[in-house]
Design a protein around this ligand. Structure first.
Ligand SMILES: Nc1ncnc2c1ncn2[C@@H]1O[C@H](COP(=O)(O)OP(=O)(O)OP(=O)(O)O)[C@@H](O)[C@H]1O
Ligand SMILES: [Mg+2]
Length: 384
């Protein structure tokens, strides 16, 4: 009879099972709850998930089975699942290199932080972020846009705000002012040439995003809107780690296929216990000048996703050429032509966001957990 692998060999094989979002193996993430060998040839493994409905369950099921049946002597693999406790989730966040959040006082005068995300690219996150910032500002809610899309930054172009930020006497970066007083920060403001390519990943990226939050004097804001890059990658993870108080707004197009991808972005937020404030459906139909309506990207996906996440559908923004033209020319449609349907839908979404968010300053909590090593140096090319 062939011998069974030792528990060490099994653990070693499980280090080849990678969490596709966290990009680390389940052993070092502390997600292997138990390993049992109840009878010859059989291995039972329990994997702990961050949320009960984790859609990557199937991935783990297959990867664990595949890696363990590859071991000599293993003929049967049973994979069970449970959920990490709150404390274990915090431990996981620490293992992921959470720096204990931002220092006390950073963003202390910002009432609400809203990350605008989606599962895939080109669904209108940046257009919506820029226009929402203006809509909120018009409604008397001081707002700013932080461009966290370090590789594909587009907030400066959409707001029509370019330039170099000044540094205050307190050595804080001052965001640029757009029309109406909307503040903006983007990596573009720190580059020597516009359209210079940024290839940062991992730690550099983390540092730049951290500086946007920590070293920028955002002043008093009702809303700091963060334009996320497409997908559920490094930036979203960093923000989720640094801003446990942030809420997410998920943008999706109306077809059910897109809604599935958007659900994955929502899943990332939920894995880190970030609240989802609502869903915005974009590119919801096109109406011709004669009033004929075409549902070019299908219908119903936004409502479906909102129902699935049990959050409000904040708005359905139709396809409208003016929205694209204004974005290209650096003029916010909501200011330029506030009565057209797309602008109205964005105002509607802004009202929904106001209704879904508190209007008081957050109560500052002392950072919990072990003392945090200070990050030194800067990522932004500031010395000039
Ligand atoms: N409702 C709309 N009607 C017409 N054009 C739109 C609409 N929403 C977005 N657009 C246009 O679609 C293009 C993509 O939008 P945008 O850049 O905002 O998407 P994104 O999700 O931020 O993309 P990325 O993932 O690349 O960051 C832009 O040219 C924008 O002006
Ligand atoms: Mg964008």
């Amino acid at each position: 009879m062939v011998g069974m692998p030792t528990p060490e060999q099994i653990r070693e094989a499980l280090t080849r099972v990678i969490d596709p979002e966290l990009r680390k193996d389940i052993v070092s993430l502390g997600m292997v709850r138990s390993i049992d060998q109840p009878q010859p040839g059989r291995v039972d493994v329990v994997v702990s998930l961050t949320t009960p409905g984790c859609p990557i369950r199937n991935h783990f099921q297959q990867a664990v089975t595949q890696n363990l049946t590859a071991l000599e002597g293993v003929t049967q693999v049973n994979v069970g699942f449970d959920v990490l406790s709150e404390q274990e989730k915090q431990g996981l966040a620490q293992r992921l290199g959470r720096q204990g959040g931002l220092p006390e006082g950073a963003l202390a005068r910002v009432k609400n932080i809203i990350c605008v995300g989606s599962g895939k690219g080109g669904v209108g996150k940046s257009t919506i972020t820029a226009n929402l910032a203006y809509a909120l500002q018009v409604e008397g809610r001081p707002a700013a846009a932080l461009d966290a899309d370090v590789w594909g930054y587009s907030i400066p172009r959409m707001l029509g705000v370019h330039g170099r930020p000044l540094v205050s006497a307190e050595r804080k970066i001052l965001p640029l002012d757009g029309p109406g007083g909307v503040k903006a920060i983007s990596i573009e403001y720190f580059l020597n040439e516009r359209d210079q390519a940024i290839t940062w990943r991992g730690p550099m990226l983390h540092k730049a995003i951290r500086q946007f939050l920590e070293d920028v004097d955002w002043g008093e804001l009702d809303y700091l809107l963060i334009d996320l890059p497409p997908g559920t990658g490094d930036v979203s993870m960093t923000l989720a780690q640094l801003l446990p108080q942030a809420k997410f707004v998920i943008v999706t197009t109306p077809q059910p296929a897109a809604q599935k991808v958007a659900a994955r972005a929502a899943e990332t937020a939920l894995r880190f216990d970030l609240e989802i404030a609502g869903v915005i459906e974009n590119m919801s139909g096109f109406t011709t000048p004669t009033g004929e309506r075409f549902t070019i990207f299908g219908e119903g996906g936004g409502q479906l996703l909102a129902d699935q996440l049990d959050v409000p559908l904040l708005g359905k923004i139709p396809l409208q050429e003016e929205l694209r033209v204004c974005a290209d020319e650096g003029r916010p449609l909501v200011l330029d032509d506030p009565d057209v349907p797309a602008a109205q839908a964005i105002y509607h979404a802004a009202h929904g966001i106001v209704a879904a968010t508190p209007q008081e300053l957050p109560v500052m909590q002392a950072p919990s957990g072990p003392p945090v090593p200070q990050v030194t140096g800067t990522a932004l090319p500031m010395a000039r």
